[in-house]
Design a protein around this ligand. Structure first.
Ligand SMILES: [Zn+2]
Length: 166
């Protein structure tokens, strides 16, 4: 039996396998997203950013997370992680995601990336995030203040004012 969770970078994956593990855990969704047995390959940046994009309270315990919210988290990872691989950088700001999707749809992502950066990937988009490493700054959605907390040995960035969904 595999101990690895579903991988958003692979085509055919069963997010239900991840949810089965989330649903019986009393640990927080913020911690569970860093568990390779729940979902593979999610680093700290995607973890923080996706929870903010979906307005999910990162301190929600796995047992209390709704299946609908889990599906949305999974769908967002499936959207963002391959996009990050295409452009060689993590893209989570909505305008940047839209732009990246347009470029990928048009089939010109590779050419555009080359023309902007030479052969180097990772500089196509300005490096900006919603909450990651933005402690004390203003939340782009609600005007609240981005908070920082150590959780499971990793730094969690989130907006306590608007991330309230379970
Ligand atoms: Zn906020």
């Amino acid at each position: 039996m595999s101990t690895l969770g579903p991988d958003p970078l692979r085509r055919v994956q069963d997010p239900g396998l991840g949810f089965a593990r989330v649903h019986r855990s009393r640990r927080t969704i913020a911690e569970l997203l860093m568990e390779q047995s729940v979902v593979a390959g999610v680093g700290n940046v995607y973890r923080c950013e996706v929870l903010h994009r979906l307005a999910v309270d990162p301190l929600t315990r796995g047992v209390d997370l709704s299946p609908e919210t889990w599906q949305e988290i999974w769908d967002d990872l499936v959207l963002l992680m391959p996009l990050g691989r295409t452009f060689g950088q993590i893209i989570t700001i909505p305008e940047q995601v839209e732009q990246a999707l347009r470029w990928r749809r048009s089939g010109r992502a590779r050419a555009i990336t080359r023309s902007l950066t030479g052969e180097r990937l990772g500089d196509t988009f300005e490096r900006r995030f919603l909450v990651y490493k933005r402690t004390g700054e203003t939340c782009p959605r609600c005007g609240g203040t981005v908070a920082l907390r150590e959780l499971g040995g990793r730094r969690l960035y989130w907006c306590p004012a608007c991330q309230t969904r379970h």
